[in-house]
Design a protein around this ligand. Sequence first.
Ligand SMILES: Cc1cc2nc3c(=O)[nH]c(=O)nc-3n(C[C@H](O)[C@H](O)[C@H](O)COP(=O)(O)OP(=O)(O)OC[C@H]3O[C@@H](n4cnc5c(N)ncnc54)[C@H](O)[C@@H]3O)c2cc1C
Length: 372
Amino acid sequence: MLHGMAVSTPPPAWPEGPWDVLVLGAGIHGLCTAFWLVQRGVRRIAVLDRYGPGHALGSSHGGTRITRTSYHDAKFVALAQAAHRDGWPTLERALAQPLRVRTPGVFHGPPGGPFDAYLVAATQVPDVLEPLSPTAAAARFPVLRFAAGDAVLHDHSAAVVLAARTMAALRAWLAAHGVQFGWHQGVEHLEADAHGVRAATAQGCLCAAGAVVAAGPELATLAADLAPPLTVVHQQVGYFALDAAAATLEPGAFPVWAHVAPGPAGFTYGLPALEGAGAKAAVHRTTAPAQPEHASPEPDPAELLAMARARFTVPVLGLAATERCRYTMTQDQDFRVERRPGAPLVGIAACSGHGFKFGPEIGRLAAARLLD
Ligand SMILES: Cc1cc2nc3c(=O)[nH]c(=O)nc-3n(C[C@H](O)[C@H](O)[C@H](O)COP(=O)(O)OP(=O)(O)OC[C@H]3O[C@@H](n4cnc5c(N)ncnc54)[C@H](O)[C@@H]3O)c2cc1C
């Protein structure tokens, strides 16, 4: 229980408070944190975001995301397994709808490079991650290009996460459970001590018994002591029209995939075509930091088409659509969910371009760190 938290009284008039918990940021991690706070019986919750619902200026927008068990580190293999076993099923039950579409996963790369770590971590779960020969992989996934020497893992736990549906359904569920949303309410200053939290926005000051900061790069300005070094890296995504039968590009037939090779543009990934949007593909760019306040630059069609032609065996007929997005990177691409000693304040840094799939687990952990 947090100091000064009352359970029975109805939520106060907006926005004064006192609130039980303020969640700063309505990306996947903020929404999942609020979800678990409600599950834990917390009543007076306000979720504040600098922008509006579904905005495209953070990291959680867009239709789809990959979930997988195939990872370079046993820790992420275990976290993915927890998300697949508990987190996502719990969310799907509570939101009463499927949030994932099962499809094979195939991850591959040249030996002697970063993919070697995936092979080591895969030995932990041989029933989930099955080595495949490049020949067998090419026969199974003919639209994807495999090099003769590639190491390949077939991931039987993989799926497409319906990201936009998840975000909208979470917002609706939270609102239906009494959570108040403060859209276009950027928190400019945050104070927290043993007695609670005070958050200043342009609209006024909110006080609460506790808070969770899930504000991407702004964790560094709102609670620097809880933020590892963070950088923003802009991303561009393409949706490609491929010269292949539509059915071969849909979930079930077409995998979520990643080719993991050395170099700044060595990690490319993709997803099946959903609702006719074209096969999604992009480079997982982890370097080239940008200023957090700068908007993502216009996508480069030539660069996207060249990447697609390198990865697909069938003719790439064109770029059906593009998307901009950004990662908030930690230096080691690891996650942090830290609590300030002696104060009811938790900070989340869990992006680095691979955090969505872990949302239900990161949210659970953040709520537990605050409440317990
Ligand atoms: C192109 C792309 C592809 C990706 N693919 C995958 C994938 O396949 N699988 C996967 O697992 N992950 C993937 N990711 C990563 C994943 O989407 C992110 O890790 C995740 O969305 C991060 O969520 P978040 O809640 O931490 O941050 P965000 O979504 O950025 O949310 C932070 C929120 O805080 C708000 N905010 C910031 N400052 C303040 C403030 N001062 N006051 C109030 N509000 C504030 C922002 O407006 C924002 O809404 C991808 C990301 C991108 C960009």
